[in-house]
Design a protein around this ligand. Structure first.
Ligand SMILES: *Cc1c(COP(=O)(O)O)cnc(C)c1O
Length: 401
């Protein structure tokens, strides 16, 4: 990172500067081409420069950019109806600009619901190790990652952090103080760990029995990433949440999040309880509607599933080929990666040098979240680059960047 610039040093970007994108590729000023297998961390699901999204932005920018939520914003009614119709269990939506804000709204809704029921002591929110829910004060406290909490003052009360494995024994931890249980159906940041459908169903039932609300954070695993519009839909209605946070891919690259909730729960959020200046503004709604329409087009999810299966097969091949490099496959759908026996960060840097953008995640995982529009040729190209990287990692005694 160049010292002497005027940015916070929260990120340490590489030297490459991308100035243009097209489909699954990013280009530098000099025209160097990179295959993008991280898509802004599961954001550019529809790829770069999707014509329908471009049209939505252009058309809307001629009409109206911003309108306060004091006034009716037509696109919000449309998009909220689309999400609620699609999900079945949901009845109301609050639009935000980011994932963290969607999670904040979800937690506030859950606590306020119990409060309004007269259950004023029911404010505990249970979360799990490896969780990531955002970077605001509330969401770092929800996530509970000591690295993200360090130096930011006393931990907020009202959060209980359980070991990830305790999801299987949740009933032991629920009480009449538990307002909500919050987790990602597929842990992203924590290392691409999908929660088995049976566990989701068990957790759903235990929450119902205990009067605890179930909140899913589908900020990363939603938006068609796992081959369903939302990951919990793999449980086919047997593990629906009460409240869900979505963001990242639902805006296709435009900052957009949503807190989606059951109608009887969300209705406690009356005027004065919550708000946002920008959340759901006309520009965001234009893109959000176009992104929803593209993701729900016939054949879209089938394409995601087909490509994901092909990618997984290819990864299995790499695992067999490089047993000293690849420990295990991780993830679900096109939120997929590998736990490595060599440093994932070093492999990721090497891949970038060879023209492939990947991410990394906790637990030494090489993380990939390619645009959902990729085809088998993109997968073959990525595998070719990864094979070179793994060869070098295997050859190096102490493979470090
Ligand atoms: C990225 C992410 C968030 C935070 O989203 P922001 O838009 O960065 O605030 C929350 N939860 C999960 C699971 C995420 O992956």
């Amino acid at each position: 990172m160049a010292k002497g610039d005027h940015l916070y040093d929260c990120y340490a970007p590489p030297a490459q500067e991308f100035v243009r994108g097209e489909g699954a590729y990013l280009y530098t000023e000099k025209g160097e081409k990179y295959l993008d297998f991280i898509a802004g961390i599961a954001v550019n699901g529809l790829g770069h420069g999707h014509p329908a999204l471009i049209k939505a932005v252009k058309d809307q920018s001629d009409k109206l950019w911003h309108l306060s939520n004091m006034f009716r914003i037509q696109g919000q009614y449309e998009l909220a109806r689309k999400y609620c119709d699609e999900l079945g269990w949901a009845g109301k939506v609050f639009f935000t600009n980011s994932g963290a804000e969607a999670v904040e709204c979800a937690m506030k809704t859950a606590r306020r619901y119990h409060y309004d029921q007269g259950d004023t002591e029911r404010y505990e929110i249970i979360t799990f190790t490896g969780a990531f829910h955002g970077r605001t004060m509330g969401t770092i406290n929800a996530g509970g990652n000591p690295k993200y909490l360090k130096g930011f003052g006393p931990a907020l009360p009202g959060f209980t952090h359980l070991d990830f494995a305790e999801l299987e024994n949740l009933e032991e931890h629920l009480s009449d103080k538990t307002a909500a249980v919050l987790f990602e159906p597929v842990q992203g940041e924590g290392g691409l760990r999908p929660i088995p459908i049976d566990t989701l169903i068990k957790v759903r039932n235990q929450c119902t029995e205990n009067g605890t609300l179930l909140i899913y954070d589908e900020v990363q695993c939603g938006a068609a990433r796992t081959g369903k519009l939302f990951a919990h839909q793999w449980a086919e209605g047997k593990a629906d949440p009460d409240i869900m946070a979505a963001a990242k891919g639902i805006g296709g690259g435009f900052p957009l999040g949503a807190c989606i909730a059951r109608e009887d729960i969300a209705k406690v959020m009356v005027p004065g309880t919550h708000g946002s200046t920008y959340g759901g503004n006309p520009m965001a709604m234009a893109v959000g509607n176009a992104a929803f329409d593209a993701m729900t087009e016939p054949g879209f999810l089938a394409h995601v599933n087909k490509t994901a299966n092909f990618l997984k097969q290819q990864f299995e091949g790499l695992k067999d080929e490089f047993p000293d490099v690849v420990d295990e496959l991780r993830g679900k759908g096109l939120l997929i990666g590998m736990r490595l026996k060599k440093p994932a960060l070093a492999v990721r840097k090497n891949a970038l040098a060879k023209g492939l953008l990947c991410g990394s995640a906790g637990d030494n995982v090489l993380r990939m979240a390619p645009p959902l529009i990729i085809d088998e040729n993109h997968v073959r190209e990525a595998i070719g680059i990864l094979r070179e990287c793994f060869k070098e990692a295997q050859a190096a005694e102490d493979f470090v960047a």
